[in-house]
Design a protein around this ligand. Structure first.
Ligand code: NAP
Ligand code: G3H
Length: 483
C-alpha cells in the first residue's frame, strides 16, 4: 500500500498507484509536515475501480451471510490492533486530539461487529393476499431484501475512519460492493482502515477506493452509470451539488447542521454547561453534531454565561499530540479564516466577547459570544470551529421559533427538569433527533441518525443503513388451486 508515504488505491484486491497523474500531497495541519502522497486517479483508473466493484457484486451478494459477518469480525479485530498506528495518523492528518482519535478507531471496530450481528439477523417476510379486500390466500408474496448494487461512499475529513466504515460495513453486509472516495485530508487514515478490511480477507473487488480531489473526480464518479447508490457525508453545499447532478440514483445525505441547545429556566445549569461545552468545543467544533448555538431563557442567561465562561477557560488548547488538549488547529487556513470572519463580524455588530477571540495560525481560541442577535451571520451559519453564540430569548416559544427558522435540521438539545415541557418542545422542533438533557451526538450507532431540511436526507444507524442500501424484492406465488 505504501512506498515512502505514497499511497495507492485498492482496486480489485491490489494496491495501485496512478499511472497517469502526479500524486497529491497531504500536509499536516499540525506542523505542515508531509502525511502522505495520494494517487490522483484518472477517469480510466476510476472506470477500472468501478468495473471491479461491478464485476464482484453478484458473487459477493451470494456469499453466505454468516461468512460476510466473519469477515467483519476479523476486520474489527485488525482495526483494533491498528488503533495506535491509525490514531497517530489521525492526529497528524486532521489534528484530532489523541484520545478522540483512538476512540474513533475503537468505535469503528464496535460498529463493524454490531453491523455483522444485525446483518445476520435480517430476514424477509411472507404476506398473504387475503389481508387486502378482494385478495386471495392463493396469492403469497415472499419479500426478501436484496442489494442495490455498487455503492459510492463519500466521506468527510472530520471522521475519516468512522464515517467511512459506517457506510462500508452496512453496504457490504447488505451484499453490495463499495467504492470509497475519502476526503483528501483524511484519506491516508481512511486507506489504513481499508487495509485492515482487506487483510481480513475480503474477496477482490468487494471494496475499492478512489482518491483524488472531489472537485476534480467527484462529478465523474457521482454520475457514473455503474454507481447504483450514493452514500454521502459532507457539507450541504457539496451535497446539494451532487443532488442537482444526479438523476434516479438513490442517495443518503448527511450534511451540515446548526444544532441548538435550548436552556430553560428550570434546567440544572451546571449539568447543562458541562454538556454544552463538551458538545460545542470537542475536536474544535468540527463535528456535524457540535452545539452551534445556545438559545437561553433571559431569566437564567447571566448565570449560564458565567458557568460556561469558567468551563471554556479551562479547556486546553494547542498541539493535538499533547495530552488533554480539546481545541487544536483547524483543518485548513481557509476554515480558520472563515471562522475568524464570522467571529469578528458578530463582534463588530455588537455581540459581547465573553472569552476567546484570539487566533494563532489556524488555532482559534475557544470563543463564547453573548447577546448575539438574529441579524448576525453567526446566528445562522455553521462555523465548523470553536465559536459558540448565545442568543437570549424571552420564552420557550421564541426558542422554538428561532431554532426552526434555521435552514438546518440535524439535532437540538433541550435542557430542563420538566419532562412534559421537554417532550412538548421536542415535538415542535424540526430536526432529525432531539436530545433531552444531553448534547447533540450521533451515537450510539444503533440509533437512527438523520437530518432534515438542509441537513440531509435518508437515515443512517446500523440497521437503518443496511435497509437504506438494500431494497425489497417480492416474489409472488400464485397458487392455481389445481392439485
Ligand atoms: P466537503 O467539503 O463537503 O467534503 C466531503 C466529501 O465530498 C469529501 O470527500 C470531498 O472530497 C468530497 N467532494 C467534494 N466535492 C465533490 C464533488 N463535486 N462530488 C463528489 N464529492 C465531492 O465536507 P468536509 O469539509 O469534508 O466536511 C465538513 C462538512 O461535513 C460540515 O458541513 C459538516 O457539518 C458535514 N458533516 C456532516 C455530517 C452528518 O452526519 N450530517 C457528518 C460529518 C460532517 P475532497 O476532500 O477531495 O474535496
Ligand atoms: O461530524 C459528524 C459526526 O457524525 C458526529 O458524530 O456526534 O459522534 O461526534 P459524533
Amino acid at each position: 500500500m505504501m512506498q515512502e508515504k505514497t499511497f495507492g488505491n485498492l482496486v480489485n484486491g491490489e494496491w495501485r498507484i496512478s499511472r497517469e497523474n502526479p500524486p497529491l500531497e497531504v500536509l499536516s495541519p499540525v506542523d505542515g509536515s508531509l502525511v502522505g502522497r495520494l494517487s490522483s486517479m484518472s477517469h480510466t483508473e476510476l472506470d477500472e475501480a468501478i468495473s471491479a466493484a461491478k464485476a464482484a457484486q453478484k458473487a459477493w451478494a451470494a456469499y453466505p451471510v454468516y461468512r460476510k459477518a466473519q469477515l467483519m469480525y476479523r476486520a474489527a479485530d485488525l482495526l483494533e490492533q491498528m488503533a495506535e498506528e491509525i490514531s497517530e495518523c489521525l492526529v497528524m492528518e486532521i489534528a484530532k486530539d489523541k484520545k478522540s482519535a483512538v476512540s474513533e478507531v475503537k468505535r469503528s471496530a464496535d460498529l463493524l461487529r454490531y453491523t455483522a450481528d444485525v446483518g445476520k439477523s435480517l430476514h424477509g417476510e411472507a404476506i398473504f393476499g387475503d389481508s387486502f379486500p378482494g385478495g386471495s390466500r392463493d396469492k403469497m408474496s415472499c419479500v426478501t431484501r436484496v442489494p442495490v448494487g455498487t455503492v459510492l461512499a463519500i466521506s468527510p475529513f472530520n471522521y475519516p475512519v468512522n464515517l467511512a466504515i459506517s457506510k462500508i460495513g452496512p453496504a457490504l453486509m447488505g451484499g453490495n460492493t463499495v467504492l470509497l472516495k475519502p476526503a483528501t485530508q483524511g484519506a491516508v487514515s481512511a486507506l489504513m482502515m481499508v487495509k485492515a478490511m482487506q487483510d481480513a480477507g475480503l474477496p477482490a473487488g468487494v471494496l475499492n477506493t478512489a482518491t483524488g480531489l472531489g472537485s476534480v473526480i467527484g462529478d465523474y464518479i457521482v454520475t457514473h452509470k455503474d454507481i447504483q447508490f450514493i452514500n454521502f457525508t459532507g457539507s450541504t453545499e457539496v451535497g446539494q451539488h451532487i443532488s442537482a447532478l444526479t438523476s434516479m440514483t438513490p442517495v443518503i445525505m448527511e450534511l451540515g447542521g446548526k444544532d441548538a441547545a435550548i436552556v430553560l429556566e428550570d434546567a440544572d445549569l451546571d449539568f447543562a454547561a458541562d454538556n454544552i461545552v463538551d458538545g460545542a468545543y470537542s475536536y474544535s467544533g468540527q463535528r456535524c453534531t457540535a452545539v452551534k448555538r445556545i438559545l437561553a431563557l433571559d431569566t437564567i442567561a447571566d448565570e449560564l454565561v458565567e458557568k460556561l465562561k469558567a468551563r471554556v477557560e479551562r479547556l486546553k488548547t494547542g498541539d493535538p499530540r499533547e495530552p488533554g488538549v480539546t481545541v487544536t488547529p483547524l483543518v485548513s487556513t481557509k476554515s480558520a479564516d472563515f471562522v475568524e470572519s464570522l467571529m469578528r463580524g458578530a463582534i463588530q455588530q455588537g455581540a459581547r466577547l465573553v472569552t476567546g477571540g484570539q487566533r494563532t495560525g489556524n488555532l482559534i481560541q475557544p470563543t463564547l459570544l453573548d447577546r448575539v442577535t438574529t441579524e448576525m451571520d453567526v446566528a445562522w451559519v455553521e462555523p465548523f470551529g470553536p465559536v459558540l453564540p448565545i442568543i437570549r430569548v424571552a420564552s420557550a416559544g421564541e426558542a422554538v421559533e428561532i431554532a426552526n427558522r434555521s435552514e438546518y435540521g440535524l439535532q437540538s438539545s433541550v435542557f430542563t427538569n420538566n419532562l412534559n415541557k421537554a417532550y412538548s418542545i421536542a415535538a415542535q422542533l424540526e430536526v432529525g433527533t432531539v436530545q433531552i438533557n444531553n448534547k447533540p451526538e450521533r451515537g450510539p450507532d444503533n440509533f437512527p441518525f438523520l437530518g432534515v431540511k438542509s441537513s440531509g436526507m435518508g437515515t443512517q444507524g446500523v440497521r437503518y443503513s443496511i435497509e437504506s442500501m438494500t431494497r425489497p424484492k417480492a416474489v409472488t406465488i400464485n397458487l392455481t388451486g389445481d392439485e
